[in-house]
Design a protein around this ligand. Structure first.
Ligand SMILES: Cc1cc2nc3c(=O)[nH]c(=O)nc-3n(C[C@H](O)[C@H](O)[C@H](O)COP(=O)(O)O)c2cc1C
Length: 199
């Protein structure tokens, strides 16, 4: 188990949890799930989530234990769903209360539409001491999902100086991307840009 990285996520319906499980698996590190005490299930819960996100309202986060104090981790990877074009208020609640303890952070956001929401990374940076070292915007089920997750993993592994444990899907996504780029070398940049807009 790699003790220099920790993954912390909030997930309401499981999509961010799944992405973060894949990421913590590839980096062989601990994954912790956080929540607040608000009932966020069902249609009423979703409405509450939307309102909290719009008003930037946050609540206390339930207690969680880490192997080391947060500031001792070389990298803290935070995962959150997008709510109303913002990070979830649960993740904002965590960042507000514990963000200052994190030495280096990386972000994973998941969302339903093809928009990238990269401005959310800057919003999240407001609560931490240093700007994020890596970030990825994932649309579960989209064509670029595995490719972009893999790029993110590479950045995190390089930053923390650890080896990646890759799945067959990750290897296949990389191979497909390289094959597409070498088929049309003059379009290499264009392909990357297109993939950027695909997810
Ligand atoms: C209150 C609320 C607001 C949302 N707002 C957005 C949004 O602005 N853009 C988007 O693409 N998806 C939005 N979604 C969809 C979620 O971001 C998306 O399904 C996410 O992957 C769910 O992650 P989870 O399963 O970990 O909770 C919203 C979902 C909820 C409940």
């Amino acid at each position: 188990m790699n003790n220099d990285i920790i993954c912390i996520c909030y997930s309401r319906t499981g999509k961010t949890r799944k992405a973060m499980r894949e990421i913590s698996g590839a980096l062989d590190c601990q994954l912790i799930e956080v929540r607040d005490r608000i009932r966020r299930g069902g249609a009423i819960g979703a409405l509450r989530c939307g309102l909290d996100a719009m008003r930037r309202r946050t609540w206390a986060i339930t207690k969680f234990e880490t192997e080391r104090p947060l500031w001792e981790y070389k990298l803290v990877i935070l995962g959150t769903p997008v709510w109303g074009g913002r990070c979830s208020s649960v993740m904002r609640g965590l960042l507000k209360r514990r963000g200052y303890e994190m030495s280096n952070v990386a972000y994973v956001i998941t969302h339903k539409t093809e928009e990238r929401y990269t401005e959310i990374f800057d919003q999240m940076d407001q609560y931490v001491l240093k700007p994020h070292v890596a970030a990825v915007s994932l649309c579960p089920g989209s064509t670029g999902y595995h490719f972009w997750r893999r790029q993110f993993l590479k950045q995190c592994a390089e930053f923390a100086g650890v080896e990646l444990v890759l799945t067959d899907e990750d290897e296949a996504a990389e191979a497909n991307h390289e094959a597409a780029a070498s088929d049309r070398p003059q379009d290499g940049k264009m392909i990357a840009e297109n993939m950027d807009t695909e997810h």
